[in-house]
Design a protein around this ligand. Structure first.
Ligand SMILES: [Zn+2]
Length: 112
């Protein structure tokens, strides 16, 4: 497996997410928002939109963390190995989601 391809993909995605987040950690943004409740109330008309936006950002933060972990696994040489069962993760799955931690079998088990 050529991990440098995945490393590139991970770093590109990380840069993309960091740019979307305005390079600020999520927690700082949350604190910032709670300190501006007046502004939030003023934007009540667009409330649903704000809500969806915040939810997206939480997802982004999770992906960013997963990307960092995946980059560490590349350094350690354990990239592409399922965290739960230790089996190799299918390359098709890694191509779709290079920051995934588990193989499709374990992912299905998590949902069940
Ligand atoms: Zn597994």
């Amino acid at each position: 497996m050529n991990v440098s391809v995945y490393k590139d993909a991970l770093q590109r995605k990380k840069a993309e997410l960091a740019q979307d987040a305005g390079l600020r950690p999520l927690q700082t943004q949350m604190e910032h928002n709670t300190g501006r409740q007046g502004d939030m109330a003023d934007q009540a008309a667009g409330n649903n939109e704000v809500h969806i936006h915040l939810r997206l950002k939480q997802t982004d933060a999770k992906i960013l963390q997963a990307i960092d972990e995946a980059l560490i696994r590349i350094e350690k040489g354990t990239f592409g190995i399922c965290r739960d069962c230790g089996e190799p993760i299918a390359e098709a799955r890694l191509n779709a989601i290079p920051w995934t931690r588990v193989c499709i079998t374990c992912k299905e088990k998590q949902k069940a």
